[in-house]
Design a protein around this ligand. Structure first.
Ligand SMILES: Cc1cc2nc3c(=O)[nH]c(=O)nc-3n(C[C@H](O)[C@H](O)[C@H](O)COP(=O)(O)O)c2cc1C
Length: 295
């Protein structure tokens, strides 16, 4: 899927909508985007369904804690329980988020409380699948609800960790061991355009409870090939395992993978995601290797 970096920049979570259903054109564009989310980095096939207004025309209430109001539609999605299924789901769903943004629609990832039973029925959930997350969609209301402002307005829900807490230089100490995760040297190509813009596209991405669990190890050159980016999950164990099979922070990894890929394409940088085996660098818990973006 191709998007401009401006689409990544324009996206933000919208929880208060104007209550209007989506237009036929918007629904069709979203439905078309479901197929475009494939293929995924790890080869699983997330599935999606668009849930429109209630039969009596009222906007649906699938959302969490009453925080979502007036949504015109929801996307609900199923992820594979196979290895990589949660990352693939995050990657695919974020493609739909960016398409919605491009269409001028507001959206909000819903990974916590939503109607999972109803979603399972709509999706016709199969063996080896789980209802992973939902997305509320609609036109942003002129003003966010008081509740949204109270919960998300002043709570730093939109802030992001500084560059230095997310991005590190991959310095080798011995064959594969890594000690420590060090600051990126000032002359690294990762600190200059266009690579710095790719990192920024990852940094500003959405994550569950805005925990930003992605950590990236950067290499100026990997062997004879170009710069390499290695993605690690900095896991909040209790949080990531609170929903059983649904690993919410693994979806965050997939979101970072989508943003990196979209930004690289927009910036004319070559690269694709692969999982290196063995991992390129060891990482102490709670960090674990996810995948590498290699030119
Ligand atoms: C996997 C995932 C699950 C999320 N679940 C919820 C949710 O259940 N309810 C909610 O209001 N926001 C949810 N969010 C939205 C985040 O809170 C939001 O992305 C983050 O605070 C950053 O703000 P921004 O999206 O406006 O940049 C979720 C985001 C992600 C990526």
């Amino acid at each position: 899927m191709k998007f401009s970096i401006d689409t990544i920049r324009a996206r933000r979570s919208v929880r208060t909508y104007d209550g209007e259903p989506l237009s036929k054109e918007e629904r069709e564009a979203l439905l078309a985007s479901f197929a475009e989310t494939l293929p995924t980095p790890f080869g699983t096939k997330p599935r999606f369904a668009l849930v429109g207004a209630d039969p009596d025309g009222r906007p649906l209430r699938m959302g969490t804690y009453g925080l979502i109001s007036g949504a015109g539609a929801y996307v609900v999605g199923a992820a594979s329980l196979r290895d990589g299924g949660m990352e693939d789901f995050g990657y695919a769903m974020e493609g739909i988020v960016l398409r919605a943004t491009e269409l001028g629609l507001g959206s909000c990832w819903l990974g916590g409380i939503f109607d999972r039973g109803r979603s399972a029925r709509v999706l016709g959930l199969g063996e080896g699948e789980v209802v992973a997350a939902a997305l509320s969609l609609g036109r942003p209301a002129a003003k966010p609800s008081l509740q949204e402002r109270l919960v998300y307005g002043a709570s730093g829900a939109r802030g992001r960790k500084p560059h230095a807490e997310l991005f590190f230089a991959a310095t080798k100490d011995g064959a594969r061991a890594l000690t420590p995760w060090s600051a990126i040297p000032a002359d690294s190509p990762w600190l200059a355009r266009p690579r710095a813009e790719l990192l920024e596209a990852i940094r500003i991405g959405p994550s569950a409870s805005n925990k930003q669990p992605w950590r990236l190890l950067l290499e100026d050159a990997r062997g004879s090939s170009g710069p390499a980016l290695h993605l690690y999950l900095h896991e909040d164990r209790a949080y990531n395992n609170a929903l059983g099979d649904v690993k919410i922070q693994r979806m965050d990894m997939g979101i970072a993978m989508r943003h990196a890929e979209v930004a690289a394409a927009a910036l004319g940088l070559p690269g694709a995601w692969t999982r290196l085996d063995p991992p390129p660098f060891e990482a102490p818990a709670p960090r674990s290797y996810v995948a590498s973006f290699l030119a």
